[in-house]
Design a protein around this ligand. Sequence first.
Ligand SMILES: *[C@@H]1O[C@H](CO)[C@@H](O)[C@H](O)[C@H]1NC(C)=O
Ligand SMILES: *[C@@H]1O[C@H](CO)[C@@H](O)[C@H](O)[C@H]1NC(C)=O
Ligand SMILES: *[C@@H]1O[C@H](CO)[C@@H](O)[C@H](O)[C@H]1NC(C)=O
Ligand SMILES: *[C@@H]1O[C@H](CO)[C@@H](O)[C@H](O)[C@H]1NC(C)=O
Ligand SMILES: *[C@@H]1O[C@H](CO)[C@@H](O)[C@H](O)[C@H]1NC(C)=O
Ligand SMILES: *[C@@H]1O[C@H](CO)[C@@H](O)[C@H](O)[C@H]1NC(C)=O
Length: 507
Amino acid sequence: MANGYYFTFLCFSLLWSLFGFSFGHIIPRFPSSAVRAEQLSGSASTQNGLYRTEFFTQILDHFNYNPQSYQTFQQRYLINSTYWGGAKKKAPIFVYTGNEGDIEWFAQNTGFMFETAPYFKALLVFIEHRFYGKSVPFGGNEEDAYSNSSTLGYLSTTQALADYATLITDLKKNLTATESPVVVFGGSYGGMLAAWFRLKYPHVAVGALASSAPILHFLGLVSPYAFTNVVTQDYRSESENCYRVIKGSWKQIEDTGATPGGLELLRRSFRICKNYISTGALEGWLSTALLYTAMTDYPTPSNFLNPLPAYPVRKMCNAIDNLGGGNDTFAKMYAAANIYYNTSGSATCFDLDDNSMSVGLGLEGWRWQACTEMIMPTGGGNEESIFGASTWEYKSRATYCEAVYGIEPRPFWITTEFGGHSIEVVLKRFGSNIIFFNGLRDPWSAGGVLKNISDTIIAIVAKEGAHHVDLRFSSEEDPEWLKHVRQQEVDIISSWISQYYRDLMVQ
Ligand SMILES: *[C@@H]1O[C@H](CO)[C@@H](O)[C@H](O)[C@H]1NC(C)=O
Ligand SMILES: *[C@@H]1O[C@H](CO)[C@@H](O)[C@H](O)[C@H]1NC(C)=O
Ligand SMILES: *[C@@H]1O[C@H](CO)[C@@H](O)[C@H](O)[C@H]1NC(C)=O
Ligand SMILES: *[C@@H]1O[C@H](CO)[C@@H](O)[C@H](O)[C@H]1NC(C)=O
Ligand SMILES: *[C@@H]1O[C@H](CO)[C@@H](O)[C@H](O)[C@H]1NC(C)=O
Ligand SMILES: *[C@@H]1O[C@H](CO)[C@@H](O)[C@H](O)[C@H]1NC(C)=O
């Protein structure tokens, strides 16, 4: 069947005109980058006073000495010194290594740092990733910065990490806090950056908490099916009926769509707006709901692309199961989709051609990254897959990237630069002080580090957990396992910092 995920909302139509709709061509994004711009406007920053905003003059190109390499841009960072013990006490500095999106959103969703800062007397710093949010090179003009590969060429993981090292070092100097230990934090892509930062810049950070960081989710390291398998398991674990209804829906949608008047029937069944419908778009829309709900299957309400209730996978399956055993698959799928797209109850119809969501989301930035370094095979699956059987092919990605940017991806650069093969053997004798957290309900956990590697490279695995659930603000409804995970993380980070102070004394 044809099924699967959006690539992005933005290049929807482009994709389908290139390939038709098929699973393997689609690139699932991390949920954290799928935040609506309006969720940030009038954001908590000013109202709640979570941080102060600063800008740093950052160098465009850390690795070359051509004249244009010396160009600079304004890099945004957020800072909160309320709890800091100060430079004299060598009190710690906690740095969030920003992801592919507006840094304010990550700060507002990383309660773990705010909530542990008083205990550690830590300074909090959140650094925005280049090309996202307000940290856009080429005069801060997104149109220029995203215009073509000669400008986007400066968007890479190595440049981003070098930005963080440069900024942190300069900030410590300004604060006369050169001896304060720095701990880096990140979730999702930001977690990958945090882990890589610790490995590359051990002289800048004493440790890293890398939450839901799929550093092994690269071509040649992971089965492309692994991701889908987790999604399948998530729904199946709620109910076998739910799984079977979803799995069977694709063919019914396609069969119906192919009949005269079928698209109209689908439009009415799913309350799709009049402007645009196709079977592929409908399947993409449904798959997106299933996929992001699986990633964000949190025990408390959340608000990523859309507001979601607690335990949303269970809610979706309940919606399906409650409609009984009849042959009204579309009503069941509509009910499930409604949980994802209409929790607020304010949707009048669903727009399959909605580009508004792309505004300010840095979608173009991630598309570029997914076409250069971030070749993370996700999609395709076997007969058991909730999306039906299909294959993932690198070739499709390459064709797409050639069409959009006129470039060829470098699928093996990340593993060449940062490693990944035999990671247990390699990191056993190299590197230290990294926590890899993964929740097994998160499809990205398929590419996470799930085993302890050494005494100081620790895997914390929560079988009930979803995408970087540990970093979220705590709530009274948090289950015991989640409280325990956070306590474990605090204890481990404490041990790194104590060790660092002891090491300084012996010098
Ligand atoms: C820092 O964070 C704390 C906790 O959220 C908040 O109470 C305080 O006002 C913040 N400080 C600044 C300068 O934003
Ligand atoms: C790429 O975009 C920049 C900025 O908009 C422009 O100056 C340059 O001419 C473009 N290069 C190519 C090859 O199109
Ligand atoms: C450090 O201070 C200099 C001089 O005031 C300033 O230009 C620079 O932006 C500061 N660095 C950071 C990281 O804020
Ligand atoms: C259920 O409905 C679909 C689409 O209308 C139809 O193809 C299928 O035969 C029906 N199945 C049963 C068991 O009635
Ligand atoms: C969204 O939910 C509300 C309240 O349950 C409902 O009245 C409305 O019809 C739903 N919208 C769509 C497009 O289904
Ligand atoms: C790794 O070791 C810690 C104790 O240091 C333990 O709590 C944790 O469960 C271990 N992780 C795994 C995946 O076995």
